[in-house]
Design a protein around this ligand. Structure first.
Ligand code: ZN
Length: 272
């Protein structure tokens, strides 16, 4: 079992046909504030290995503490969670959460490649007869992640505007890796009627920084982003935090959605 999609994807890539890898966060569900059913907790107890990001999902941390014994693998160390994080929720920043660790390391393909070795070591220990297969799969996966990194590096090398304006502060590691500045804007928050003051703030920022594009998530209404765009002449684009895939995602796996995000970033910033 993995706690959410990117860890499920990495583990499945390395394990190949030697494991069935599920996700505790169901497709389309919000991994932040995940709650687990008794049945989910039972899958943690039954799994040969639980791959999770310690400190990200309290319910998973608790289930692992209680049920997983020494069958859990916390990838937070190799993920290198060095950025701070300010969640934007319900129209205001939660001050008690501001400054906590930014969990969204998987949107930086180099950081994601750093957890591959840790996952591989554990699979080798669980199933030593297939060590060669796991190591070959891991080498292939790292090569594919390096290719995506190279595509981002070259694709975002020459952009007109470095400000990345998003409704979900998920892109800090990506922005840091590729020379962009993430600007999370209160008032672009999903599932919420914007307050007039928020809209004015967003509009003023977009005008002052010559922002060409407002990014919104695949699964939320683009209404607010579109309102701001209509007022300022900016465009809107989708930027997927890849926290879970659904049939509406712009690709069928991590790599495809990363490439769709890159195409949207290149159009949005815009980059030559
Ligand atoms: Zn997130």
């Amino acid at each position: 079992m993995a706690s959410f999609y990117p860890l499920q994807w990495v583990t499945a890539q390395v394990a190949g046909d030697r494991a069935d890898v599920g996700s505790l966060t169901k497709p389309g569900a919000e991994p932040h504030d995940l709650e687990l059913t008794p049945r989910d907790v039972a899958t943690v107890a039954d799994a040969d290995l639980v791959v999770y990001l310690g400190g990200f999902q309290t319910a998973v941390d608790d289930a692992v503490d209680q049920e997983a014994g020494n069958r859990a693998l916390d990838v937070s160390k190799s993920a290198d969670l060095s950025l701070r994080y300010t969640p934007i929720e319900e129209g205001e920043q939660h001050s008690e959460e501001a400054g906590s660790t930014d969990p969204h390391f998987w949107l930086d393909p180099i950081r994601l490649s750093h957890v591959v070795g840790q996952v591989t070591d554990r699979l080798v220990r669980l199933d030593p007869t297939h060590a060669g297969q796991f190591r070959r799969n891991a080498a292939d996966l790292r090569a594919r992640l390096r290719t995506v990194d190279w595509e981002y590096r070259s694709g975002l090398a020459h952009c007109a505007n470095p400000d990345l304006v998003t409704s979900h502060n998920a892109f800090g590691y990506l922005a840091q890796r590729y020379g962009l500045t993430q600007v999370g804007i209160t008032g672009l928050t999903p599932d919420q009627e914007p307050k007039p003051g928020d809209l004015a703030d967003v509009t003023a920022f977009v005008r002052a920084h010559d922002v060409r594009t407002i990014y919104y998530e695949t699964l939320v209404s683009p209404a607010i982003a579109q309102t701001v765009a209509a007022e300022t002449g900016a465009n809107t684009e989708v930027l997927d935090p890849i926290e879970g895939l659904t049939k509406d995602s712009q690709g069928r796996d991590y790599l495809q959605v990363m490439r769709a995000n890159l195409a949207n970033l290149r159009r949005g910033q815009p980059c030559t």
